[in-house]
Design a protein around this ligand. Structure first.
Ligand SMILES: [Zn+2]
Length: 303
């Protein structure tokens, strides 16, 4: 059995919202077992929105949540850091609708969680273990989950741009691999799209400090953090969006040319396809129904 975890102590930081450009205070606070991950708007009478698919709001360039009149946006990088560092329960306070963009990656959130420290709780964690494939295709975009003993992601992207025509990567996601290989990968955008976003009142807080900007032939930023930073960031986004199922997933996520809209549609689909997964208390637990079949097929195990 793996125990649920929360933070050892509260911690805060200040950043700016990518779209509004406004200053945002973010605080992460310890929470009891079973609380889950919830956002609280301190500027709106402490109203809360749980980080689950049930509260998905409109998806544009980032993933947002809403309940009644309360919304929070750009939740995915923070959620990716929390779930990859096995934080099951946390209260996230914001005094603005947007999670701060920080440097466009999840590394600053990893640092915050490390600074707060981790506390084990007395209640077992429940994993969502995939036992049958689930998939969605939309044109040439595809996303699927297959049974696996671990949480792994294979992601591939292709764009009509000389720097990232095609990138693909497979990684088993653990706390260590996430921190080293995925968390530092920054979000990216194309210069030709930046003007369009600004005209629509979006990305007002965007700059070379918090996104990789691709010009016609190269990046405007000085250097990339990884040669394939783009596909690594797509893995980061997918891990954060998948967190909305509300349990750590044990399975192999395979995505091609997907994005927030497809990731989140898929998170909803996973919960609908109840025959395709079981809740288990350890990643290697054999779900009860499958265990019965194995026992029947291998007589000496049946006794
Ligand atoms: Zn992102």
């Amino acid at each position: 059995m793996d125990a649920q975890r929360t933070l050892r102590r509260p911690i805060s930081c200040v950043g700016i919202g990518l779209h509004s450009g406004n200053k945002v205070q973010l605080s992460l606070k310890p929470a009891a077992a079973g609380f889950g991950i919830r956002f609280r708007r301190t500027d709106l009478g402490d109203l809360e929105v749980p980080a689950t698919v049930h509260h998905l709001a409109g998806i544009q360039l980032a993933t947002g949540l809403a309940r009644n009149e309360v919304s929070v946006e750009t939740v995915e990088h923070l959620l990716a850091a929390l779930v990859s560092m096995n934080i099951d329960n946390v209260l996230i306070e914001l005094n603005s609708p947007e999670v701060p963009i920080m440097d466009g990656s999840a590394a600053p959130f990893v640092y915050l969680i490390q600074e707060a420290g981790v506390k084990q709780l007395q209640t077992p964690r429940q994993y969502l273990k995939i036992v049958r494939p689930i998939s969605i295709s939309r044109g040439d975009k595809r996303i699927a989950l297959y049974p696996s003993d671990h949480f792994k992601v294979t992601y591939s992207v292709s764009y009509d741009h000389p720097l990232l025509r095609h990138q693909s990567r497979t990684l088993r996601i653990t706390e260590e691999s996430f921190i080293e290989e995925i968390a530092p990968a920054r979000t990216f955008t194309f210069l030709k799209d930046v003007e369009m976003l600004r005209q629509n009142g979006l990305a007002l807080g965007g700059s070379l400090e918090n996104a990789i900007v691709l010009g016609e032939t190269g990046v405007l930023n000085n250097a990339l953090r990884f040669e394939d930073e783009f596909v690594r960031h797509k893995i980061l986004d997918a891990v954060g969006d998948l967190a909305l199922v509300g349990h750590p997933v044990i399975g192999h996520l395979v995505a091609h040319r997907a994005g927030h809209a497809l990731h989140t549609e898929f998170a909803v689909r996973i919960l609908e396809e109840t025959h395709a997964w079981r809740l288990v208390e350890a990643p290697m637990d054999v779900p009860v129904a499958v265990a019965g079949r194995v026992a029947a097929a291998v007589p000496h195990l049946a006794s």
